[in-house]
Design a protein. Sequence first.
Length: 272
Amino acid sequence: MARLPRHHQSSARSMLLTVLGEHVLPSDEPAWTSALLHVMGGLGVEEKSARQALARMAADGWIVSARSGRRVRWSLTRRGRELLTEGAERIYAFGRDREPWDGRWVVLIASVPESRRELRHRLRTGLTWAGFGSPVPGVWVSPHTTREAEAKQVVEGLGLDVAVFSFNGPYAGIGSERTLVEQAWHLGELAAHYQEFIQEFAGMRPEPGDPVLLAQLRLVHEWRRFPMLDPRLPLELSPPNWIGVRAANVFNDLHGTWLAGARQQWDELRNM
């Protein structure tokens, strides 16, 4: 099986998450090590790195192994299924029709000392995943007031509920909402990422077998990053003819087209 070009390679753990979430989770059937290594190799991951990723994810409680003679197969743990299901729901729901906006914002004031860099990083990661942007240090905003609950989970999980404060309401009369949006999310950079995604996948027509399986996994793997990057702004705050809408259509069309062939090939590999 031919490898993908070097510029397509990604971390072994991240790629393994994609494979598990896209094929092991839906079937809830174990997969032989040989099948996982075969697919990971086609995605540009060296065998040593793939084996290390399996061992680390097992140590983290995502997967568990069972030996049959000299062979080993891997199943998702309950925790692994829950985490991957949550991620899958976010990925596949992302990019669909936006709900009407009532013009209200939720604002977080987060005070974390510079000396606690790891905690600041975890807060940034959690709030970014929840769709918040930071226009200035210590301030996080989102036009989706329903996400305040998710932000609260992040904050409480980090033990910061006494150091973070929230407000919500309409934008007032000082400054520009457009400027706020650009400073919080850098939409020009995001548009460039979407353009790269479209250019890479829109014209692909993979053959049956391994090619369609690898193309489908790469499609999902690349799309996975956009829920972290894109705040899914209301149309009132998005640039005209926002490219993210076109990219979502490309993803949904190709994923639907390739899914049956990819699952068929995976089932053949899994049962080898």
